[in-house]
Design a protein around this ligand. Structure first.
Ligand code: GLU
Length: 296
């Protein structure tokens, strides 16, 4: 879908949903914030479908996303981008990080992780328990041999990577200047066992490839940005400016999610509700009963 004349070619913003389920009101809000951010500055608004989770991604969810955004009146520029068409670039970047000695194979299973939790509380990071680093200490020769036959993911040795990159900073237009502290997320997985690339790797590469000037997304991804900034430094990628927006919360103060009963946009759309009006209300800060916006 193409749209109007662009006044500022330097501003490029994206909405990057994962087609793992139906969008709900929280996504409508996120899409609206990113869209309006781009339009207000005369920039481009791109739509990138983050469809590399083969186990959860479904074509019917992709179709629903496109229909929902059209229904909301949030038009995007250029063709829709699909991460599934870019797998080689993720593999190439992972190979580069491996050649730098920054990735190690991890053979830990879900039950190994559960066991660790049961053995004693694990340090908590902003996104959950931090990986204990079990496989970081494996003999590299032995790990290489095991990797030939055993399923494994690849983790970033974040302390080693941070030592190479040195101190890093990034700017958030809403939260101000940030000093990166990627170690608080631990050794994140960059190549999962059953996926061509993890979110952190794919999103960082794609934001560079799509020349995204401003990453506009929810506060739930704020902490991840420290890892993205680190990957930018390691892979010689530019650093966009960030804008992490507040999240819509339900009556219990939790993030909206389908599993907690938030109505999907498709249900509202097919029930004949007015999507354009819904967006106008979100813009005006008018939310359905019980729903509120998180504070900074
Ligand atoms: N695909 C991610 C999600 O749906 C968002 C990616 C991003 O905005 O950085 O949660």
């Amino acid at each position: 879908m193409t749209s109007s004349t662009h006044l500022n070619p330097d501003i490029v913003v994206r909405f990057a949903p994962s087609p793992n389920g139906l969008l709900h009101l929280g996504h409508a809000y996120a899409a609206m914030v990113a869209h309006d951010f781009a339009r207000a500055r005369g920039g481009r608004f791109l739509l990138r479908i983050e469809d590399i989770d083969g186990g959860r991604s479904r074509p019917e969810f992709v179709r629903a996303i496109l229909d929902d955004l059209r229904w909301l009146g949030l038009d995007w520029d250029r063709d829709v981008i699909f991460q599934s068409a870019r797998l080689e670039s993720y593999a190439a970047a992972a190979d580069r990080l491996k050649a730098m000695g920054l990735l190690y194979p991890c053979f830990c299973t879900r039950s190994d992780m559960r066991q660790l939790q049961e053995d004693g509380p694990q340090p908590e990071g902003p996104d959950g328990p931090i990986y204990a680093g079990t496989c970081r200490h494996l003999d590299p020769e032995l790990a290489r041999k095991r990797a030939v036959t055993e399923p494994h993911s690849w983790r970033l040795d974040v302390a080693k990577a941070a030592a190479i990159s040195g101190p890093l900073r990034w700017t958030d237009e809403r939260h101000g200047e940030q000093s990166s502290d990627p170690e608080r997320l631990g050794d994140v997985i960059l190549v999962p066992k059953d996926m061509p690339a993890a979110y952190h790797l794919a999103v960082t590469l794609d934001d560079a490839r799509d020349a995204i000037s401003h990453v506009v997304r929810g506060d739930d991804l704020f902490a991840s940005t420290d890892i993205h900034r680190l990957l930018q430094a390691l892979l010689d990628l530019p650093t966009p400016t960030y804008f992490h927006h507040p999240l819509l919360l339900d009556e219990n103060g939790g993030k909206l999610s389908k599993s907690r009963g938030s109505a999907s946009l498709s249900v509202l759309r097919t029930a004949g509700e007015d999507g354009y009006r819904l967006v106008q209300e979100l813009r005006a800060g008018i939310f359905p009963v019980g729903i509120s916006l998180s504070q900074a």
